[in-house]
Design a protein. Structure first.
Length: 437
């Protein structure tokens, strides 16, 4: 019996009725008003979608079903000698709203291992792609190659009723999440380790097996993967990758098609690709200054030079956050324990002290603090993952959990096709004119 699937069904059955009653009683209530600057500014801050799995507070940061990252580290159960929370436990929490027991966590971990086999044709497709193609592009292609296994697509073609949509979306979701580390590790070993692949170890948990397949079996790296894949898993629904998955899913596309679109959004330099750009910028600074142990004054001068050239300091600033990203701080705490003397890690920490005051003095930056991307690369480099253009693939493996858990809720709620209204500039001018009159 699938105990997580049963727990999810029990949860959404009650929540669906609650939502119907709320809409019936309050459907005409105005929840937000849109300013013209928001219409032209990327819809920033407009409340326009339901997202159950997480919520983002400008000061406190991300909360998964009400739990912040320190609380997750305290409350999520641990198995297999882990010292950091396991993504399997977070997925249970995001899907059901409940902290899993140790036995439930073990069940999910075993279930994902049982579902993790990737069809041979996916590797054939990946082998046909040259290594000069960006790993994120290869990752999307791998996901698309898996789409032929979609249970939802098959059942939809057979004419299943809407009441069963959630069930087959759940099956696709869990199958896809279970297989992603195998695909990502295959791309990594193909591109950077001469096709010397490492077989999956089904006795390991999801993150530990990913670390193993990438080529690092140390307990510390397995814990880093557990932490990394947990804290990157979701960031409410308004970010580009999450919203893309929700939008595509609203057309009744399956989990594979929906996630592929979200991964493409994540690949943009204003979104997930920023973790790659952080490390590139740090290496440019090291080369420019001439040392991998620059002083804070040298860093300060280089930061000012970057800004004077009309460039941003990658890893700093966020559309919502107005305080240091708790995900950055969680990684900083991990680094204090495992690699406090590493030169790159110390550069990251010194940049953290130098950049915010400079950005604050500009008077134009609402959030001068670091986001999650500012620290992750230095940790990955310490453990031997030095290929910067692979970092966003790791981000994508993690983010799949949050966006696909929400996609299960979308189908359980029976949410409709997303179709906002657009207007032309001429219509906007006419609206302003009529409002002034």
């Amino acid at each position: 019996m699938d105990i997580l699937k049963s727990a999810f069904k029990a949860k959404f059955a009650a929540k669906t009725e609650e939502l119907k009653d709320l809409l019936k009683a309050n459907g005409n209530m105005v929840i937000d008003q849109v300013k013209i600057e928001q219409l032209h500014g990327g819809m920033r801050g407009i409340k326009l979608m339901l997202w159950e799995t997480s919520s983002l507070d400008a000061i406190e940061g991300i909360r998964f079903r009400g739990y912040n990252i320190p609380e997750l580290k305290e409350k999520l159960p641990l198995i297999n000698g882990a010292k950091e929370p396991l993504p399997e436990g977070l997925f249970w929490l995001m899907l059901t709203g409940d902290i899993p027991t140790e036995e439930q966590l073990k069940w999910v971990s075993k279930d994902w291992a049982n579902r993790s086999e990737v069809p041979p044709h996916v590797f054939t497709v990946l082998d046909s792609i040259g290594n000069s193609v960006h790993p994120m592009t290869q990752f999307t292609i791998g996901i698309m190659a898996l789409q032929s296994t979609s249970i939802f697509a098959k059942k939809y073609d057979e004419g299943i009723p809407k009441s069963q949509y959630w069930e087959y979306m759940y099956e696709d979701t869990v199958n896809l999440i279970a297989r992603l580390p195998r695909i990502a590790a295959y791309i990594y070993r193909k591109c950077f380790h001469n096709n010397q692949h490492i077989a999956s170890d089904p006795t390991l948990d999801w993150s530990a097996n990913f670390a193993h397949m990438m080529g690092n079996n140390s307990a510390e790296f397995k814990d880093l993967m557990r932490l990394y894949l947990t804290i990157h898993a979701d960031h409410e629904g308004g970010n580009a990758s999450a919203h893309t998955v929700h939008l595509i899913g609203s057309t009744l596309s399956d989990a594979y098609l929906s996630l592929a679109g979200g991964i493409n959004a994540l690949a943009g330099p204003l979104h997930g690709l920023a973790n790659q750009e952080v490390m590139d910028w740090i290496y440019e600074m090291i080369e420019g200054i001439g040392t991998n142990n620059p002083s804070k004054d040298q860093i300060k001068d280089y930061v000012k030079k970057t800004i004077s050239e009309g460039k941003i300091v990658p890893g700093y600033g966020h559309a919502v956050l107005r305080a240091p990203d708790p995900r950055f701080l969680a990684q900083k705490e991990f680094a204090k324990v495992h690699c406090a003397n590493d030169p790159l890690v110390n550069i990251v920490w010194n940049v953290f002290e130098v950049v915010p005051p400079i950005l604050e003095d500009l008077g134009k930056v609402k959030n001068p603090w670091p986001n999650v991307d500012a620290h992750s690369g230095a940790l990955l480099e310490y453990f031997g993952i030095k290929e910067h253009n692979f970092y966003t693939v790791l981000f994508g493996v993690s983010r799949a959990m949050g966006v696909l858990a929400q996609l299960c809720w979308d189908r359980a709620y029976g949410l409709p096709l997303e179709r906002p209204k657009s207007i032309t500039t001429e219509e906007l001018k006419e609206f302003i004119l009529q409002s002034v009159i």
